[in-house]
Write a protein of this length. Structure first.
Length: 263
């Protein structure tokens, strides 16, 4: 037995990394491709092996878009073990009609978004505003985030608080709303953050943290001395890393345990 990773598995590693690439671009892949009017298909995958991964190795996969042609996108990839290069690859994708699978030009919006990302520029736009300005994208994001997830009562989604609150919405490079949260300034100088939600397909890319930090910034600019939120127990570590501390007894809402946290 060679006791090394089977050679074909490396293609799966690169494919998994591609999913993370779209997540880093803040693109829910299925919805984004539908909006772009096409789909990306692998035309060619070339791998070159320089070493072998073994059981329990910790690997890192790097991907970079190195060229965008008329209808093609070319990615270069590397799999590392610490500083050792194990596998390099070139992946060629073709943007095509999903029905006929005939090639189409790479849309300008996608081309521009990838160029910005590869140039280390921001690929999302966070906007703050009232319900009149942002109510529609907030409603759409909440429907996508909370429709099949517990912890939010239906009455909470559209009420007078929305009309009084400040809302933050993050839009991706295609103008799709992907994350939101709201801030209500209370009479005692506190800010109350609630209904923080991120589209499932782009979680883990730091977008939720960005929404929270923007809401805290907005609260500070309005003279708040503290920010309060109710957090499910599963998210306690996330909020503590951002400077929140538990305050008060935990209680139950809609079957989910919440903990009061203050900034």
């Amino acid at each position: 037995m060679q006791k090394i990773v089977f050679n074909a598995h490396y293609l799966m590693y690169f494919d998994t990394a591609m999913a993370d690439y779209w997540r880093t671009l803040a693109l829910p892949y299925e919805e984004a491709m539908l909006a772009l009017g096409g789909e990306l298909y692998v035309k060619k995958a070339t791998l070159e092996y320089h070493g072998s991964a073994r059981l329990d190795d910790q690997l890192e996969v790097a991907l970079k878009c190195i060229h965008i042609g008329n209808s093609s996108m070319v990615f270069a990839g590397v799999i590392f073990r610490t500083d050792a290069v194990l596998v390099t690859c070139e992946l060629v994708y073709v943007f095509a009609d999903p029905v006929s699978q005939t090639s189409r030009p790479v849309p300008l919006a996608l081309r521009s978004l990838v160029d910005r990302y590869e140039a280390a520029q921001c690929v999302v736009d966070a906007q703050a505003g009232n319900w009149a300005a942002l109510g529609m994208p907030v409603t759409q994001i909440r429907a996508a985030v909370f429709a099949q997830e517990p912890g939010v009562l239906p009455d909470d989604e559209h009420n007078e608080t929305d009309r009084l609150a400040l809302h933050v919405v993050v839009f991706n490079g295609l103008g799709q709303g992907i994350a939101t949260g709201r801030l209500l300034i209370t009479g005692n100088g506190s800010g109350h953050i609630s209904l923080l939600g991120v589209h499932r397909a782009v979680r883990g890319a730091g977008i939720g943290q960005g929404v929270l930090e923007r809401l805290i910034q907005e609260a500070r600019e309005r003279g708040c001395f503290q920010v309060v939120l109710h957090a499910p127990s599963s998210a306690v570590d996330f909020y503590q890393r951002l400077g929140f501390a538990a305050c008060g007894e935990s209680f139950m809402v809609a079957g989910i345990r919440f903990i009061i946290k203050t900034f």
